[in-house]
Design a binder for this molecule. Structure first.
Ligand code: HEC
Length: 133
């Protein structure tokens, strides 16, 4: 168990406990999105986002799980069959350590699946879920 202290709106100290294996790079990225989010991150909301079937993006990719599979612990596949390493940080240690990479793929995949960009709240929830796995 690790405790993450995130300064929110300069005055309120937000403390949330996230079981998992995040290092300093992941902590920074979580903090980056948490500062822009309205609520404290939620692992449960992150799981919902990951598994939900939206139907508002591209018809062939209704859900994050279309490519990443239903289990964050398993390897996924792109539409053309290229293997995607598991999304769970416990399985793929260098995940969520490069903000540019994280932003690029959120932008592309949220548009493809939901039909719009993800909000900072959705991003921090998703990351919390994957880091806790
Ligand atoms: C069309 C297939 C596809 C779908 C659908 C998809 N992804 Fe991905 N995702 C990928 C690929 C390919 C990569 C880049 C390869 C990698 O990181 O292993 C990736 C990488 C990512 C990353 C970067 C991970 C890192 O290591 O920094 C995030 C974040 C991400 N996806 C989130 C999502 C979310 C959220 C959804 C659903 C809204 C989603 N993805 C749906 C294919 C997909």
């Amino acid at each position: 168990m690790r405790t993450l202290i995130i300064p929110l709106a300069a005055t309120i100290l937000l403390s949330a406990t996230l079981p998992g294996v995040a290092g300093p790079a992941q902590d920074e990225i979580l903090k980056h999105f948490q500062e822009q989010a309205k609520m404290e991150f939620s692992v449960e909301r992150g799981q919902e986002l990951f598994t939900k079937s939206y139907g508002t993006g591209k018809p062939k990719t209704p859900s994050c799980t279309t490519c990443h599979t239903k289990s964050p612990l398993k390897s996924g596949k792109t539409r053309v069959g290229k293997v995607i390493a598991p999304m769970a940080l416990s399985r793929t240690k260098d995940r969520y350590s490069d903000l540019k990479k994280v932003e690029k793929w959120f932008r592309r995949n949220c548009k493809g699946v939901i039909g719009r960009e993800c909000t900072p709240q959705e991003k921090v929830d998703f990351l919390a879920f994957m880091i806790s796995k």
